[in-house]
Write a protein that binds this ligand. Sequence first.
Ligand code: AMP
Ligand code: GLY
Length: 450
Amino acid sequence: MLGTNEIIGLTSLPMHILLLGNGAREHALALWLARSPRVEQIHWAGHNGAPPHPKILAVDLPYTDPQAVANYCRKNTPQLVLAGGEAPLCAGVGDAVREMSVPFFGPGRLSALLEGSKIFAKEKMTHWGVPTAAWHRADSLESAEHFLRSHPDSPWVVKADGLAAGKGVIIAQNTREALQAARAMIAEGVLGAAGSRLVIEEFLQGEEISIHVLLSTSASHSQFAILPLTQDHKRLGEGDTGPNTGGMGAYGPVPNVTTTQLNQITQQIIHPVLNGLRQDGMDYRGVLYVGAMITAHGPRVLEFNCRFGDPECQVLVHLIANDPLEVILPVANGQPIPPLSIASGAAACVVIAAAGYPANPRKGDLIQGLDLVRNSYVYHAGTMRDGQSVLTNGGRVLSLVHHADALEHALSQIYADISRIHFPGMQYRRDIGHRALQKNSAELCSQRHT
Ligand code: AMP
Ligand code: GLY
């Protein structure tokens, strides 16, 4: 009888993998994949200032260009290609790679529209019966104005249809602010073509969580596996204040979600999505990130992303105990997903951002103390090397991650290590995981009183 490794072709390794993307998410994926004894080399297109690693080869490749990636595959014959972010997926890199019969982790261009077009995603949610915020599609300023003026004054969320690098969602407190956002996007074109059509949706309240689901579909089967739930911290400031960012930290698993709520998520969101994909002939081999709000009326989808979240990915790779290829390769091949082995305890990630982030991040600051970090994994994002020095080179600079028996222990190790790192104007939140920590301490109190 064949073992799992034979079924998914792991014995024919050593493997070369091409990894696309230049953030901390991709650095975490690279080091995760490197842990597999079967991986010989990771060709990392998008390499940043991360330190050299014996299994990682930095390659120069315009990785959002399907043709360039296909040419690279022709010359270098990787046995697996993995995209970290949405840009290559929405550009159709997955389709170009699969046409060459090279396994690719991530959806093709059609399914990536679930992230690339908010209108497409909302239409699919409506059609598939997936619970989401009530919404209006506005293809013109007149349509947006007519809708907003004919509805009661209330908070609205105004979303650009296309990809806008995290700048396409405005939470408007009232109709006046919503009109302002709609005008800026459609009439003034502040987001270019991405903002020429809008979704205007109901503002939802509740606990926001990130649900990552591995989806492996083929003509004969479709399978899913839900990864541990994680929670991102999108605002720059402590107490969830200040401007929205790409994400200032994350942790998982999330204790604030009950088993009943997880069952609702599976029944009301994941099953309808899987059925809908099948009905509509949409292949999906990769990870679907469902941004959801747990409201008083049940879970509601805020957005779909067609890739791992950043910084959620940095947490997840520490919670999956399988050999990474055992998980990634069957999904890329559209084969059954083997049982996941989830580590106990909790993992956390704290992001250190540059001075001026998010509006105007400063580049070129010298980062000191990286050699003093003791217990955390340091994943690089906006960094570059200049000889022996490491300099800031983008908004989110570093992600520090630790996995421990309990969330508070993971966080205390990370914050101890952050105190050893310094660069001018560095910014980070000191309250990552605050919702979970509050819940844990409330439970401890109630146990003491019973
Ligand atoms: P999105 O890119 O759609 O996830 O939006 C970015 C952020 O805006 C989300 O992570 C939420 O925090 C917030 N958001 C989006 N849609 C809504 C909504 N309908 N109600 C409340 N907050 C929202
Ligand atoms: N953590 C938010 C995102 O990756 O979109």
